[in-house]
Design a protein around this ligand. Structure first.
Ligand code: SAH
Ligand code: MG
Length: 216
C-alpha cells in the first residue's frame, strides 16, 4: 500500500523552485524555528489567489511574512494585503522582508492582537475578498462570527492547521491535557464551518490541514 508519507514526499518532489526572495525568507524562518506554511499548502493558496483574484486580502498571523509574500506575488496588480502579527521580533523581520522585496506599500502590517483588529474592522464595515487565517488556533471559533462579517458574498476564508498533525481525529482522552483546549476548539471550529448556513466549506488534508469556506 502507498503510504501517506510517500505521497507527501512525491508531491514535494514536484514543487518548482521558489522565488529567490521567498527561498531566503524560508531559510531564515527555518533557522529561527519560525513556523511557515508548507510547500503544498502554498501551492494550493496560490491557485486560490489566481482563481479569486482578490483585490483585498486579510491574513491573520504574519510571522516573518512568508505566506503574505507568497500570496502577494500572485495577487492582481491593483491588489493589496493586510496582515496581523503581535510578536514584536517577528513584526520587525516581516516589515524588513516586505520592504526589501518591494512590497512595502502593498502589504500593510498591522501590529497587535488579531482579535482587536478583526473586531474593529467588522464594526467599521470593512470587507476582504479573501481571508487567510493562520494564528492562535484556539481562537478560531471565537473569531469566526467577526470574520464572517468581513467577507462579502463570494468571499473566501482559508484556515490553516485545522487537522493538527492528525490529532484532530483522536478522542479527546487520547490528547494530552495541555493540548485539549486547542483540540476541542478546532473541532468546534470545523463543526461550525460545516454547519454554518451562510457558508460552503471543505476540509482538505493538505499540509497540516486547510479548510476552504466560501460565503454564500
Ligand atoms: N502565516 C505565516 C505563519 C504564521 S505562524 C506563514 O505561513 O508564513 C502564526 C503567527 O501568529 C505567529 O507568528 C504568532 O506570533 C501570531 N499570532 C498568534 N496569535 C496571535 C494574535 N492573537 N494576534 C496576532 N498574532 C498572533
Ligand atoms: Mg500554519
Amino acid at each position: 500500500m502507498i503510504t501517506e508519507e510517500k505521497l507527501v514526499k512525491f508531491i514535494h518532489s514536484l514543487e518548482p523552485d521558489r522565488s529567490p526572495a521567498l527561498e531566503k525568507i524560508r531559510r531564515e524562518a527555518s533557522a529561527a524555528a519560525v513556523p511557515i506554511i508548507r510547500d503544498e499548502t502554498a501551492a494550493l493558496l496560490k491557485c486560490f489567489i489566481r482563481m479569486k483574484k482578490p483585490k483585498r486580502i486579510l491574513e491573520i498571523g504574519t510571522a516573518v511574512g512568508y505566506s503574505a509574500l507568497t500570496m502577494a506575488e500572485c495577487m492582481p496588480s491593483d491588489g493589496a494585503l493586510w496582515t496581523i502579527e503581535n510578536y514584536p521580533e517577528r513584526i520587525m523581520r516581516a516589515r524588513r522582508n516586505f520592504t526589501e522585496t518591494g512590497y512595502g506599500s502593498r502589504i500593510h502590517l498591522l501590529e497587535g492582537d488579531a482579535g482587536g483588529w478583526i473586531r474593529s474592522y467588522a464594526e467599521q464595515g470593512e470587507k476582504f475578498d479573501l481571508i487567510f487565517l493562520d494564528a492562535a488556533k484556539a481562537q478560531y471559533p471565537l473569531w469566526l462570527p467577526e470574520l464572517l462579517r468581513l467577507l462579502p458574498a463570494g468571499g473566501v476564508l482559508l484556515s490553516d492547521n485545522v487537522l493538527q498533525g492528525g490529532s484532530i481525529a483522536e478522542s479527546r482522552f487520547q490528547i494530552e491535557r495541555r493540548e485539549r483546549t486547542i483540540h476541542s476548539r478546532m473541532r468546534e471550529y470545523l463543526f461550525r464551518l460545516k454547519h454554518e448556513e451562510g457558508l460552503e466549506s471543505a476540509v482538505i488534508p493538505i499540509g497540516d490541514g486547510l479548510s476552504v469556506s466560501v460565503k454564500k
